[in-house]
Structures are given as structure tokens and as C-alpha cells.
Write a protein that binds this ligand. Structure first.
Ligand code: G5P
Ligand code: MG
Length: 240
């Protein structure tokens, strides 16, 4: 696939139901636009759980049960990540955001996958750094459900596979490291349904928040392959 360059900074958020393909699209976007890097709030939390950090221990019960972790917990984690990537000033804190004028350089482009998830998280992010494109990904729920049982992950890197759609080169092994693939603890059908309910409860106010700011764009498709070309075209017209 040919790579492309942005002419201005893209600060993108991916919003969508659990399993809609946020991680899949983020990976494809990074391949197409090497200037982009992505942060997945779910991957950050799962890394904390794996390495048993205090925050990871606290988050584990919420994740395993399919509930959202408390806003303050995720805000702290994301703020640290944004600072370490130098996307926000190191002076910023959750209570005193000290926003600086965001860099216009295309190299300051990023994708946030799974954060913000609530209108409250979105307002707090606004005071740290303004987002200029919110992508709402929509795929019918019955199609998404069929993917969940086939998902396998390489936990240390967050790489995602699917035995039907994106199978690893060797069964049960990560393509890059050869390490074993595992299931996510929240990927059984019952927990997925609860995650979906949480998404339904929180996404409307979140999307309305961004719609009011004029940065919301919606894309629909039955598969990631149907969505990707539309996404590429939209980014090209906004930032290319
Ligand atoms: P996460 O980690 O953000 P979810 O539930 O929002 O989790 P998830 O499950 O990671 O989202 P995704 O990234 O949208 O889904 O989807 P994906 O992994 O790319 O694709 C799903 C599967 O389908 C994969 O196997 C993929 O290969 C396959 N696939 C993709 N496209 C297709 C296709 O076209 N066809 C087929 N057949 N297959 C396809 O959040 C997890 C938990 O962390 C906490 C919460 O507890 C949450 O439940 N959390 C937060 N809590 C509060 N605030 C926040 N901001 C939080 N962020 C995370
Ligand atoms: Mg994901």
C-alpha cells in the first residue's frame, strides 16, 4: 500500500461499539500515514493489568465485568501518556490543564482509540488539546457479535487477530514475536453485551458534544474493508 503524508496536524478520535473495528482501522491508518501514531485506552489499561500496576489492579474488575473504568482513573492514565508522547505540555494536570496552542506540524498527528468515551472525558480532553476529527464507526450489531468469538490478541503488543478475518500466519502465534495468542477476559458474549449497553448509554452525549463543535464525521459499513477506503478519502480531503 502506498504511504501518504498529511499537510496539517490531524488529531483524530475513533468512536464505536465494542468490536466495530477501531483497533483495525487505527492500524491501517498508521500504515498509510507513517506520521500518525495511536493510543488505545483499552490497550493501556490492559497493559496496567498485565504488569499489575496499582491502577491496573483497580481497573481489572471494571474491565472484566464489561463496565467502564471511572473517568478520573482513565483521565490520569491518558494524561500521562499524552505527556510522555509530548502531545500535551508536561505542565498540564487533570485539574490545571494549562493548554498550549497545539502544533500545526503534520508530525504532531495522532489517533485516540477508545478515549474519550463519555462527554465528561471529552470536555476534559478539550481543555488539554482540541480534537479536529471525530470518526463515528457504525456496523450492524449482529455482524460485530460474530467477530468477537474469533478474536485473539498478542497481549504484550496489543496486536489483534481474527481466525476468520485476519488470521495469524501460524495458528495461535503472534506474527512478529511467535509468542502465543490469548483471549481477552472481556470477550465472552455476555460481557460483550454489557460493553455494548455501556456504549449505547454513553455514546450519544459524547457524539453530540463533538457534533456541536462541528468535528463529527460518521462512516458506515458491514466490514472494515468497506469502511477503510471511505476513511482514507475523508482524511485525504481534510488533511492531505
Ligand atoms: P477497549 O479496549 O477500548 P472496546 O470494547 O471499545 O474495547 P474493542 O473490543 O477493542 O473495543 P475494536 O477495537 O473496535 O474493539 O475492534 P477490533 O479489535 O479492531 O476488531 C474486533 C475483532 O474483529 C478483531 O478480531 C478484528 O480482527 C475483527 N474484525 C475487524 N474488522 C472485521 C471485519 O470486517 N470482518 C471480520 N470478520 N472481522 C473483523 O475497552 C475495553 C475496556 O476498557 C475500559 C472499559 O472497561 C472497556 O470495556 N476502557 C475505558 N473505560 C472508561 N473510559 C475509557 N475511555 C475506556 N477505554 C477503555
Ligand atoms: Mg480495540
Amino acid at each position: 500500500m502506498a504511504t501518504k503524508e498529511f499537510k496539517k496536524a490531524a488529531r483524530i478520535i475513533l468512536v464505536g461499539a465494542p468490536g466495530v473495528g477501531k483497533g483495525t482501522q487505527a492500524e491501517r491508518l498508521m500504515k498509510r500515514y507513517p506520521q500518525l501514531s495511536a493510543v488505545s485506552s483499552g490497550d493501556l489499561l490492559r497493559e496496567g493489568v498485565r504488569s499489575k500496576t496499582p491502577l491496573g489492579r483497580e481497573a481489572e474488575t471494571f474491565i472484566r465485568s464489561g463496565n467502564l473504568v471511572p473517568d478520573e482513573m482513565i483521565l490520569k492514565l491518558i494524561l500521562n501518556e499524552l505527556k510522555s508522547k509530548r502531545w500535551v505540555s508536561s505542565q498540564s494536570s487533570v485539574t490545571d490543564p494549562s493548554p498550549a496552542e497545539p502544533s500545526k506540524s503534520p508530525s504532531a498527528s495522532f489517533i485516540l482509540d477508545g478515549f474519550p468515551r463519555t462527554a465528561m472525558q471529552a470536555s476534559r480532553l478539550d481543555s488539554l488539546i482540541p480534537i479536529n476529527l471525530v470518526v463515528s464507526l457504525i456496523t450492524p450489531v449482529n455482524i460485530i457479535l460474530s467477530r468477537i468469538a474469533s478474536r485473539w490478541v498478542h497481549a504484550p503488543s496489543g496486536r489483534v487477530y481474527n481466525t476468520d478475518f485476519n488470521a495469524p500466519k501460524a495458528a495461535g502465534k503472534d506474527d512478529i514475536t511467535g509468542e502465543p495468542l490469548t483471549k481477552r477476559t472481556d470477550d465472552d458474549e455476555e460481557t460483550w453485551r454489557l460493553r455494548l449497553r455501556k456504549f449505547d448509554e454513553t455514546s450519544q452525549p459524547l457524539l453530540e458534544h463533538y457534533d456541536r463543535k462541528g468535528v463529527l464525521w460518521t462512516v458506515k459499513g458491514h466490514s472494515s474493508d468497506e469502511i477503510t477506503p471511505q476513511l482514507f478519502q475523508e482524511l485525504e480531503s481534510r488533511f492531505g
